[in-house]
Design a protein around this ligand. Structure first.
Ligand code: 6PG
Length: 251
């Protein structure tokens, strides 16, 4: 474990070891939040990296280490596709984790991606979050994030306009995403940075340049959006494998 200007960094030999650690920390944070406040609120990430962590959480001993009735699941971003679509981040989490643990259906709160525009979904999801958390800026116990080779995180992509409208202050509509599908919604930095704990899970050589830029490069979140993740008061942890970390020593 080492301290960087952008949070704590832990490098592991391979993706499997990263997934082991991410799942272990997920359980520890869930147990602590439930013990302290009676519930654990978590925003999951899309993409392929989270699958290995989900699979570990979906099986004993980790699956039986959490009181799932007190776990509330959201998504830090979502693609504007139906929940059964192969591109749906909700579907990926359902298939790899949520269908395998005794979490009440009411505790699973996906973004409303059907029947409206991305702007409609962003506004509605923000309203749902504010109502369910009882906070103007909901404070998640944990927000899980990945990064793309271009330094994007959630669905905040390089060169995309920063949210301006007040309703976009928490969740923003995304169009023309360079990573298909094009239409998405995403938590904004304001919502992400209010979290008590933020955990990036990053593996693979294709992330090495972006990770080095984010951690060691000059501040430029328009160019490397993951740099915009700077928790106001919470913890920031990077769990990475050696392949993703291979450029870090270069700077
Ligand atoms: O909707 C998405 O795909 C995610 O929100 C996105 O930010 C993802 O975390 C990164 O693109 C990494 O994706 P991989 O895990 O597939 O590399």
């Amino acid at each position: 474990m080492s301290q960087t200007q952008r949070g704590e960094l832990a490098v592991f030999p391979d993706a499997a070891a990263v997934a082991d650690e991410a799942a272990r920390r997920f359980v520890a944070l869930a147990q602590a939040a439930i013990a302290e406040r009676g519930r654990f609120t978590v925003a999951l990430s899309g993409g392929s990296t989270p699958r290995a962590m989900h699979e570990r959480l979906a099986a004993p001993p980790l699956s039986t280490a959490i009181d799932w009735e007190r776990v509330f699941v959201y998504w830090g971003d979502e693609r504007m596709v139906p929940p059964d679509d192969a591109d749906s981040s909700y579907r990926m989490a359902r298939d790899t984790l949520l269908a395998h643990v005794p979490i009440p259906a009411a505790n699973i709160v996906p973004a409303p991606t059907v029947g409206g525009t991305p702007a409609d979904a962003a506004r509605a999801y923000a309203e749902t979050l504010v109502a369910q958390f009882g906070q103007d800026v909901p404070e998640f116990d944990l927000i899980l994030l990945g990064i793309g080779p271009d330094g994007h995180t959630a669905s905040l992509f390089p060169g995309q306009p920063e949210p301006s409208a007040p309703s976009a202050d928490l969740v923003v509509a995304v169009h023309d995403s360079p990573k298909p599908p094009p239409d998405r919604i995403s938590f904004t930095y304001r919502l992400i940075n209010a979290a008590h704990n933020i955990m990036f899970v990053v593996t693979g050589a294709d992330k090495a340049e972006a990770l080095n830029g984010v951690l060691h490069g000059p501040p430029n979140r328009a160019h490397l959006p993951a740099q915009g993740v700077q928790p106001t008061a919470g913890s920031l942890l990077w769990l990475v494998d050696r392949a993703a970390a291979q450029a870090l020593g270069a700077s």
